[in-house]
Design a protein around this ligand. Structure first.
Ligand code: SF4
Ligand code: SF4
Length: 464
């Protein structure tokens, strides 16, 4: 039986990681490097929304350090500043000592659950659903059916969801609709065939004739599979058109959700499963179009032992691979701005490739003010902390309004969901302008469709 935070009283290592006296001790030592200079204040989205000292790295670090040292009691008052950190790493980016506030918050959250015990919903999602993708898919199918049939909207309007749980009500309104088919269900229709790779059952989309591109293990994240399958499909189509072979294994969630909540033991179970499954495929790269999955799969280098290290070296974001391929051109130039997902830009260090791809596809790129500020999506942050998330989102939408564009491109399902919600919720801020939010891969797929239809037109003209 895997351990839980409640079982782990003292020292722990996540998948062979290197916390000398436990992750909390390491975090407490890290926090000692914070000299309270306050350079991080200006760049912290939660501080700029609240102007509260406990909602910026300087204050959080002080509090977390005291909690980790046992100087303050672990209670609900402490939980607020700890759990309302976006883990966006904007503070670390500007901090002269590069204090790893986000990692320290994760460690402090771990300490919190150890002291308080995890709620039933958290145990159900992290211990039962995430390690069991088939059960997860069944649950998501039920939710999708409820959403598509209008039942969940009706339940929200009648106040039933609020009655069950106020957070459920907020979550229901975040997405306009849910897909009728998940990405994994679409694979066969796209050209994938069932295959065996050693012990693993996989789906493989073999290279097109004459192609010699890399063999890619494609990592389908939960958000992509269940909520934004079009983005994943577009990314795989771009890679395949560029000559790649694509393999999809029966991997599980990357582990970022439990890790972010400080449930390191639940994350460890998922990491170990994925290291085994993906490591067995013998691919050149492991690729995701989700910035959060990309950056967390790279973190396997610290969290997944020696095998995790080898695997992490192969991880690439979709945009990094696509930048090395031929890029199709849009028929009509598109004015577009780009929002940097926190995990992609700071976690994985990918900033230029998405912009370069948009330009090469024929987009006129209008730079967004505060492009790398968090949008307030941050996984389930928009569900757990709706008010703060909304304040952060409004700032993002005001910046988008200033660009005057009608298309926002980004590279993370969580950001796409949040920005689409922002486009509906802040229509007034946008002056009534309709904003389309697309993954970079979807822009490229549109360009490929344009090229295909131009070729078809030319073929038809030649025949006449
Ligand atoms: S986290 Fe860094 S920038 Fe912020 S107060 Fe501490 S040392 Fe200064
Ligand atoms: S990680 Fe982000 S939200 Fe948290 S303290 Fe740093 S800048 Fe603020």
């Amino acid at each position: 039986m895997p351990k839980t935070p409640e079982d782990n009283a003292g020292a722990m290592k996540v998948g062979g990681g290197h916390a000398p006296e436990g992750i909390e001790r390491a975090a407490a030592d890290e926090l000692l490097r914070c000299n309270r200079c306050g350079f991080c204040v200006e760049s912290c989205p939660t501080y700029r929304a609240t102007f509260h000292e406990l909602f910026v790295a300087r204050g959080r670090n002080r509090l977390a350090g005291k909690a980790l040292d046992g100087e303050v009691e672990i209670d609900d008052e402490l939980a607020e500043p700890l759990f309302q950190c976006l883990l966006c790493e904007a503070c670390t980016n500007v901090c002269r000592s590069s204090v790893k506030t986000a990692e320290a918050m994760v460690a402090a959250r771990h300490g919190y659950w150890k002291a308080k015990g995890r709620p039933a919903a958290m145990r159900m999602v992290f211990d039962r659903l995430l390690p069991n993708p088939r059960l997860m898919a069944r649950v998501m199918k039920l939710l999708a059916t409820g959403k598509r049939s209008g039942l969940s909207t009706l339940a929200r309007r009648l106040g039933l969801l609020r009655w069950i749980n106020a957070r459920l009500e907020g979550a229901e309104g975040l997405v306009e609709t849910m897909p009728s088919t998940f990405l994994r269900e679409r694979l066969a229709g796209m050209g994938f065939e069932r295959s065996r790779e050693g012990e693993e059952t996989t789906m493989v989309w073999r290279r097109k004739e004459g192609a010699d591109g890399p063999r890619i293990a494609y990592f389908i994240g939960c958000g992509t599979n269940f909520q934004i399958p079009d983005a994943g499909e577009a990314a795989m189509r771009v890679l395949h058109a560029g000559g790649c072979e694509i393999v999809v294994a029966e991997h599980v969630c990357c582990g970022l959700p439990p890790y972010s909540y400080g449930d390191l033991e639940a994350a460890e179970v998922l990491i170990e499963r994925n290291v085994r499954t993906l490591g067995a495929l013998g691919c050149d790269y492991i690729v995701a179009e989700c910035g959060s999955c990309t950056s967390f799969l790279r973190k396997y280098g610290q969290l997944g032992g020696e095998e995790g290290k080898a695997l992490a070296e192969k991880v690439r974001d979709f945009t990094e691979i696509a930048a090395g391929l031929e890029v199709p051109k849009l028929r009509d130039p598109m004015r577009v701005t780009y929002h940097d997902p926190c995990h992609l830009v700071r976690g994985a260090g990918v900033r230029d490739e998405p912009r370069e791809l948009l330009r090469r596809a024929g987009c006129e790129l209008v730079e967004l003010n505060e492009a790398d500020w968090c949008c307030g999506g941050a996984g389930t942050y928009n569900i757990m902390h709706p008010e703060l998330s909304l304040a952060i989102l409004e700032r993002k939408m005001r910046n988008i309004a200033e660009t005057g564009v009608e298309v926002v491109a980004t590279a993370c399902p969580s950001c796409i969901i949040q920005l689409r919600y922002g486009a509906r919720r802040f229509a007034d801020v946008l002056g009534g302008r309709k904003i389309e939010v697309l993954h970079v891969a979807e822009v490229l797929a549109r360009a490929a469709e344009d090229e295909a239809s131009e070729m078809a037109d030319e073929g038809a003209m030649c025949q006449t």
